[in-house]
Design a protein around this ligand. Structure first.
Ligand code: PGA
Length: 242
């Protein structure tokens, strides 16, 4: 099973700052044991492709539209991402679902389109606090997986379990929660890498990496710092023994 640690920079950094952080990452991260992916804002992809071209770091996008081209003001197509050397794309992130009202049907169209273009797809799933409190965590994850991956062969598909209540809070889900949901996803999806996301940092990376069905991380805030991101990668590799 492939292991992946991916950085989701979200809507952070101007081009200058992005380039500096990316350069530091390119110079210091040299592992071939896992895939290391950085997903900057769209506007920085082209420049960062150059920065990462001589490193092990792979480039990813945080989102895309499913159409190839046309009158879709403000959108970015898979063909565009492919043409600048993007290899990964994050789809169905909880911020896309909750702030921009993306539903499972739209996400499924995006997944199918991304497959056509040969991207490695990081499909995010995860319940809100309210859903968890109502005992619906498993149901929500199951539905997001089934609908998101409907009619999709699983090659190059990666699932990221990101409980919405653990994103950007500084406090990750606890060990037992991560373990039981990852096990649940593994039962349905035996062959896809499963990442955990939600307040991953250097301090908790080893503890989470020790969970058997965790095949990597999707890291937000902590990936904005090159040293911290490298530490997370190192902790993951050391703990997994890969
Ligand atoms: P966080 O974000 O690490 O800042 O919690 C993770 C994510 O949203 O992918």
């Amino acid at each position: 099973m492939k292991n992946i640690v991916a950085a989701n920079w979200k809507m952070n950094f101007d081009i200058e700052k992005a380039q500096n952080v990316a350069k530091k990452m390119a110079e210091t991260i040299d592992t071939k044991a896992i895939d290391v992916v950085v997903c900057p804002p769209f506007t920085h992809l082209d420049r960062l492709e150059e920065v990462f071209s001589s490193s092990v770091i792979k480039l990813g996008a945080q989102n895309m539209y499913f159409e190839e081209k046309g009158a879709f003001t403000g959108e970015i197509s898979p063909a565009m991402l492919q043409s600048i050397g993007c290899e990964y794309v994050i789809l169905g992130h909880s911020e896309r679902r909750h702030i921009f009202y993306e539903d499972d049907e739209l996400i499924n169209k995006k997944v199918k389109s991304a497959k056509k273009y040969g991207f490695n797809i990081i499909l995010c799933v995860g319940e809100t606090l309210k859903e968890r409190k109502n005992g619906r965590a498993f149901d929500v994850v199951k539905t997001q997986l089934q609908k998101g991956l409907d009619g999709v062969d699983r090659q190059n598909v990666i699932v990221a379990y990101e409980p919405v209540w653990a994103i950007g809070t500084g406090v990750s889900a606890d060990r037992d929660t991560i373990e039981e949901i990852h096990k649940f996803i593994r039962q349905a999806e035996s062959d896809v890498p499963i990442l955990y996301g939600g307040s991953v940092k250097a301090k908790n990376a080893a503890e989470i990496a020790a969970i058997g069905d965790v095949n990597g991380f999707l890291v937000g805030s902590a990936s904005l710092d090159a040293d911290e991101f490298k530490k997370i990668i190192d902790e993951f590799i050391k703990t997994k023994g890969v």
